[in-house]
Design a protein around this ligand. Structure first.
Ligand code: GDP
Length: 535
């Protein structure tokens, strides 16, 4: 291995790249801020969105985002902790879904599943978890809000095991029921597991800084927390008896999930979460190319675009492509090759920071996220590389559940309308579909969540100056099909077929699953394959 290669391998092994998956209100923004507080922030790519007047780096690229108090953008927050560089990729936290959230999960090596102790598993957490399962991403579970009355710890573990089939292997265990949170028994490391040491948490005055943590031996903990500590010890013994003990291989294979307890709002348990991420979360590893051939992290630079965003900052009207580095050292100014077009792409304007201010980025390593400005030639899922060619597999397109036609009544703006639609398609804001029947002037937009439509129409008005009319279509599900089958289904009621602009995939949309069943029976031999969300 060359000197450069081993230096890159060393940098890669010190990276931890992850995202938090949760249902709105579980505490994602709070824990993001708490994590950043424990680390030394070195860059924030518009990730922390201050809500409810909390401080934060507000990414206000869109007025709509402000009005709703949500983040529609997703980018990365980078900080150092215990000699590691941690990249926390933001997943938009609104109640509706977008493909964006899913795509972020193609760029991480691990996920933290954040659960509200009073609510347990909630719908959005479940959906996001399914994506992790599909991609075999290891998951660390953080049970949040233990400072408030909630459900029993063992009951929460049962729910996780029963509903999603992940075996829970707690690394910390709460002393005191929800609302009476004194600290955790530390099950990390062989010695700790035997000793039943307790980490006692105390709030700092004001609660905004790191919590005060004191390690107590079993004797001291028993003397101070009597019954609560005794109960916790009994439960921990039970966990050991049933084999609920961390196993690194099973965790990496996404069979088990280490579980931690905490209260992000008071910074309780956040340091342990970071320690577990550093110690157990996988570092960036060789990524498989489209042929299934792994590209080692020490190979020359390569990366793929997992997100594209236009006009993140009103002061700089431009388009930014977010690239996850997969191999090699990225250096600003490097000329890389865009695999899809074969063209060179200059990276003079590589950035690591967005939002209120921007920083240029000088170098990056596997696991890091770089923002390339003025990247209009790049599309979602595209590969960039130097020296040795690589093409990474395309990013998954999800099964749309909402459909709508879009048109502009202002014929003088037809050209701008087309340009706008093409831009939204390239960014993956919505899926753009066409059909012969409707013609090119009336594309059909398809999305996983209806908010994607709002974003699309808002952007067409604000950025392209095109007023549009959106008409919802009644279809609820779609399947991948082919031209022959599409021809056969042409007259089937409650069914319509389209060609997806992005990749030429032929899609059949159905009113509902019963209608689809009828079509299957009426036209035997037609091709109908599930799209990713059904997998
Ligand atoms: P998000 O929607 O997942 O980003 O959730 P937020 O971080 O905005 O948190 C939602 C609400 O829960 C806010 O009012 C937070 O202050 C509160 N919250 C977050 N973490 C905790 C916690 O550990 N304990 C308590 N009691 N409240 C919390």
């Amino acid at each position: 291995m060359s000197g450069q290669g081993s230096a890159v391998a060393r940098e890669a092994s010190s990276r931890r790249t992850f995202a938090v998956i949760s249902h709105p209100d579980a505490g994602k923004s709070t824990i993001t801020e708490a994590l950043a507080l424990h680390g030394q922030a070195i860059g924030e790519a518009g990730a922390v969105h201050g809500k409810g007047g909390r401080k934060g780096v507000v990414s206000d690229w869109m007025a709509m985002e402000k009005q709703r108090g949500i983040s529609i953008t997703s980018a990365a927050l980078q900080f150092t902790y215990a000699d590691c560089v941690v990249n926390l990729l933001d997943t938009p936290g609104h109640a509706d879904f977008s493909e964006d959230t899913y795509r972020v999960l193609t760029a991480v090596d691990c996920a933290v599943m954040l659960i509200d102790a009073a609510k347990g598993l909630e719908p959005q957490t479940l959906k996001l978890f399914e994506v992790c399962r599909h991609r075999r991403i290891p998951v660390i579970t953080f049970i949040n809000k233990w400072d408030r009355p909630g459900r029993a710890a063992l009951e929460l573990l049962d729910e996780i095991e029963e509903r999603i089939g992940l075996k829970c292997t707690p690394l910390t265990w709460p002393v005191g029921p929800g609302g009476k949170f004194a600290g955790v028994i530390d099950r990390r490391g062989d010695d700790a597991a035997e000793a039943n040491d307790m980490v006692h948490f105390e709030r700092t005055p004001g609660g905004t800084r790191e919590a005060i943590q004191t390690r107590l031996t079993a004797d001291k903990a028993a003397a101070r927390f009597g019954e609560d500590y005794a109960t916790a010890v009994e439960e921990v013994q039970l966990l050991t008896e049933i084999g609920a003990t961390h196993d690194q291989k099973l965790f990496e294979a996404a069979v088990t999930t280490p579980v931690l307890f905490g209260a992000a709002v008071a910074n309780f348990g956040v340091a342990q979460l970071l320690d577990v991420l550093i110690e157990h979360a996988p570092a960036p590893a060789a990524r498989e190319d489209a042929e299934g051939e792994p590209r080692p992290v020490e190979s020359p630079f390569s990366g793929f675009v997992f997100k594209i965003q236009a006009n993140m900052n009103k002061a700089h009207r431009d388009q930014v492509a977010f690239v996850r580095v997969c191999s090699g050292r990225f250096e600003r100014g490097m000329v890389v090759t865009h695999a899809e077009s074969g063209r060179p792409f200059a990276t003079k304007y590589a950035q690591s920071l967005f939002g209120a201010s921007r920083d240029t980025l000088d170098e990056a390593f596997p696991g890091d996220v770089i923002g390339l400005v003025n990247a209009t030639a790049l599309g979602i899922g595209d590969t960039l590389y130097v020296d040795r060619k690589v093409v990474f597999p395309p990013l998954p397109s999800f099964a749309p559940e909402h459909f709508a036609t879009i048109r502009t009544d202002d014929t003088s703006k037809a050209k701008r309308f087309r340009r706008g639609i093409a831009q939204l398609d390239a960014e993956g804001v919505v899926q753009v579909l066409y059909s012969d029947r409707r013609g090119d002037a009336t594309p059909v937009l398809a999305a996983v969540g209806t908010m994607q439509f709002e974003v699309a129409t808002h952007r067409l008005t604000e950025e392209f100056g095109v007023p549009t009319t959106l008409d919802h279509l009644p279809y609820e599900l779609a399947r991948r099909t082919d031209t022959d089958s599409a021809e056969k289904m042409k007259r089937a009621p409650g069914t319509e077929t389209f060609v997806r602009a992005r990749d030429g995939v032929v899609l059949a949309a159905f009113l509902n699953k019963w209608r689809m069943q009828t079509v299957k029976t009426d036209y035997p031999g037609i091709t109908l394959e599930p799209l990713l969300a059904d997998a």
